[in-house]
Design a protein around this ligand. Structure first.
Ligand SMILES: Cc1cc2nc3c(=O)[nH]c(=O)nc-3n(C[C@H](O)[C@H](O)[C@H](O)COP(=O)(O)OP(=O)(O)OC[C@H]3O[C@@H](n4cnc5c(N)ncnc54)[C@H](O)[C@@H]3O)c2cc1C
Length: 484
């Protein structure tokens, strides 16, 4: 089947009807739900881009099995040009949401691609798992499906004396039984961003949360399921889409990607959907061996470039509107946003230029520049939200709504809220966007997302420390010390 349209996506989502709950109610049709429907329509717009007369040709490629034009984020890159094409495609999608939807489907498309391209890794102990991951990749590529994922167990006891798995109540997701039909899994997982808007869920170990050696086999697995599999329930957080207009809540009313806890109540995973089982070492080494995080990093950093550009554009319009562009401290703060953008772009470019063919035959960006860009963004993004606070100050709160602009105080608003460069209505529209970027609950979740979606800062630093080859630098200094 060729790349889907938005209508195809929405229709499948309507028909699937997984068990989704929010605020004590089951949601039967997310596409019609006031708190989720707008997010679904934005995702549909992404799929419509695939046949857009202007950018459509940059969004797809010919499927190696069917010959159909399929989504370009599924491509197994074989050349530098393939990586650049993939980045162009991912940038088009990121721009739709101003970088505010981190988990557009390309994120997991590239993750599954990397695991399938390195399918021999899964087949080491159980040859059938190699075929399973290859089949699954082909299935989601040809059907153009939307995936969500849950990699970590719910926080319960993170004491250094215990492990995330030592838990008498069986919070952690584990395999409770193997049957002829498949494995039975039970427990809870977080955090399924895009969960209620997805066709499928994939579950595998997080790079940052290593399983302890004595964890036991029942916690080491990777599998995927349709979201409407019996026994699986999605519990959504409150929505930030409060049903307000695009004028009032310009981001939340469009880009609610939603996060959900997933409960697995003795869920059957058919054997053909199991990709790894019972081997702690294989589970812990999966991300590194398959270069999964290098590929997802390529998507993340492409999105971060777009997000920086958005903040820069916003900062520029805000300072122009308030007539503050000549203030040195304002220039310094906008310069900081430019630095963030340029550093992020440079890391992305370095990753593409320095890409090499890995042992699986895939053109793979080096992980380091992407990990550095990801780790830096954990600090950059909260700081950029803070910069918007400083640039906007009271204008982020002296902020009428759309109804106010047409209400009894409209004459006063028109008289007092215009600036040298903007009418009152233009100023209010702009600052409502700034407010939704740095002050609203939607904005607050963006900061939390950038801090945690790819693992916490500490564990990322630990990965960086342990994987970076520090020896050449140490040897050089040692040689210097040994000079007469
Ligand atoms: C908005 C948002 C969206 C997300 N979306 C997804 C998603 O789509 N899919 C998904 O799988 N996950 C998602 N996540 C979850 C994300 O992967 C985790 O939040 C992240 O890996 C950190 O895990 P944790 O929340 O369990 O925190 P913990 O692991 O409990 O860490 C919390 C803090 O305690 C410290 N800490 C705790 N235990 C240790 C330890 N043993 N060693 C070192 N430090 C420790 C950490 O430094 C950290 O700062 C999302 C998170 C957020 C906030």
């Amino acid at each position: 089947m060729p790349a889907r349209s938005g209508a195809d996506y929405l229709e499948r989502l309507r028909e699937a009807s997984p068990e989704i709950y929010m605020e004590g109610q089951r949601i039967k049709d997310v596409t019609a739900h006031p708190a989720l429907g707008n997010g679904a329509r934005t995702l549909a717009a992404l799929y419509d881009l695939q046949s857009d007369p202007e950018v459509g040709p940059e969004m797809t490629y010919a499927s190696p099995s069917s010959g159909d034009q399929v989504g370009l984020s599924f491509i197994i890159p074989r050349s530098h040009a393939d990586l650049e094409r993939r980045r162009t495609m991912m940038t088009h999608w990121a721009r739709v949401s101003c970088g505010m939807m981190g988990r557009t489907p390309d994120f997991l498309n590239v993750a599954v691609m990397s695991m399938a391209a390195a399918s021999d890794y899964c087949g080491q102990n159980r040859p059938e798992f190699k075929q399973n991951i290859e089949n699954y990749y082909e299935y989601i590529r040809e059907q153009d499906l939307v995936l969500t994922h849950t990699l970590v167990n719910l926080q319960r006891s993170r004491s250094p004396l215990t492990t995330a798995l030592e838990d008498r109540t069986d919070v952690a997701l584990s395999v409770v039984k193997e049957t002829d039909a498949g494995i039975i899994v039970n427990g809870a997982r977080v955090l399924a961003t895009l969960g209620p808007l997805s066709d499928e869920i994939i579950v595998y170990p997080a790079r940052t949360h290593r399983l302890p050696g004595d964890a036991g086999e029942r916690y080491a697995f990777g599998f995927a399921l349709p979201c409407n599999t019996p026994g699986m329930k999605f519990l959504c957080r409150e929505s930030f889409d409060l049903g307000r207009s695009h004028f009032d809540h310009p981001l939340a009313s469009r880009f609610e990607e939603m996060d959900a806890i997933v409960f697995f109540n003795n869920v059957l995973v058919p054997w053909e959907r199991v990709f790894l089982l019972g081997d702690v070492e294989l589970a812990n080494g999966w991300a590194e061996a398959t270069n999964r995080n290098a590929h997802t990093g390529h998507q993340v950093v492409s999105k971060n470039v777009v997000k920086c550009e958005f903040i820069l554009g916003l900062a520029n319009l805000m300072t122009r509107t308030l007539g503050s562009t000549q203030l040195p401290q304002v220039q310094q703060m906008v310069a900081e946003v430019i630095e963030n953008l340029e550093v992020t772009k440079a890391c992305l470019r370095a990753a593409e230029v320095d890409a090499t063919v890995d042992r699986w035959g895939v053109m793979c960006p080096p992980y380091m520049p992407l990990l550095v860009a990801r780790s830096l963004f954990i600090r950059m993004y909260p700081r950029m939200a803070e910069i918007l606070h400083f640039l906007g100050s009271s204008s982020l709160m002296a902020l009428p709504t759309e109804a106010d602009l047409n209400g009894p105080l409209a004459p006063e608003i028109r008289q007092y809220l215009d600036t040298d460069t903007a009418t009152a209505a233009e100023r209010v529209r702009l600052f409502r966007l700034a407010w939704d970027t740095c002050c609203s609950s939607f904005a607050s979740r963006q900061v939390l997302y950038e801090r945690y979606f790819g693992g916490d800062a500490l564990r990322n630093a630990t990965v960086l420390y342990s994987q970076y080859d520090k020896e050449p630098a140490a040897e050089w200094v040692q040689r210097f010390l040994e000079q007469e």
